[in-house]
Write a protein that binds this ligand. Sequence first.
Ligand SMILES: C[S@@+](CC[C@H](N)C(=O)[O-])C[C@H]1O[C@@H](n2cnc3c(N)ncnc32)[C@H](O)[C@@H]1O
Length: 243
Amino acid sequence: MISLDEQTERDFFDKNFSTYISPIDRIDKYFMDYLLLHINKKLMILDIGGGGGQFANSCVKNMPNCKVTIVDPSKKMLDSANDYNINIIKIQGGLPNKLNVTETYDTVHINNVIHHIVDTSPKLSKKKVYESLLNIKDTMNSDSKLLFGDIFYDGHIYPPISKFLIFYLLKIQNILGYKFKDDNFLLGLNVCFYSKYELEKLINDAGFKIEKTYKYEWKKSYKTALLGIKRYGRIGFILSKMN
Ligand SMILES: C[S@@+](CC[C@H](N)C(=O)[O-])C[C@H]1O[C@@H](n2cnc3c(N)ncnc32)[C@H](O)[C@@H]1O
């Protein structure tokens, strides 16, 4: 049985799938360069929330002998991923605990997904991400790497402040059924963003070691000032399991 939260999330991505199919971002390019430099090319890769298939396509293009399993809750996202390459496998499933895979993988990739794993409050959402990280660990062997990327928001004075503002503004928007004037605030969207420190703490608490970090920041505007944002951007971590 899937929960109401999971059903809402799945419906949201089924409805908005075309918005989320974009070329791979700078964090994924960084991950790809890392894979090409460090890893043998016969990799077994698990791409969680890789629905549109952009990262999987890039993997099979650059490393023709690798196999990529995409797990995503949205059927529409999965349908839009490559159907022609036998090295790409698609499975409907999702975090925190329905990955629906039984194997272990050399590399697990998850980018731009964890801020979509939400619950009724930021605190419970963070708990779900923590649980997700523990379950991701079970899909890895002792030498596997986790390529983990997301957006970070650091607020002024109290870094997680922007997380609360965005989380509850979206809730209000969804309850009212009235879309605020911001292209990123899609109706029905629920997100919980973390500060850089919170992401690092989640990673450490879940038993991962940070091997490398790459981040870049976006320019600020009057809107980001209103949301109390000091800095924000994308961050990617290359992680291994702590022993
Ligand atoms: C913003 S898109 C990112 C897609 C891709 N990873 C990228 O970076 O372009 C978020 C993806 O996460 C998937 N997703 C949402 N909730 C998820 C969950 N609980 N577990 C796994 N994937 C999820 C969505 O269906 C969607 O494909």
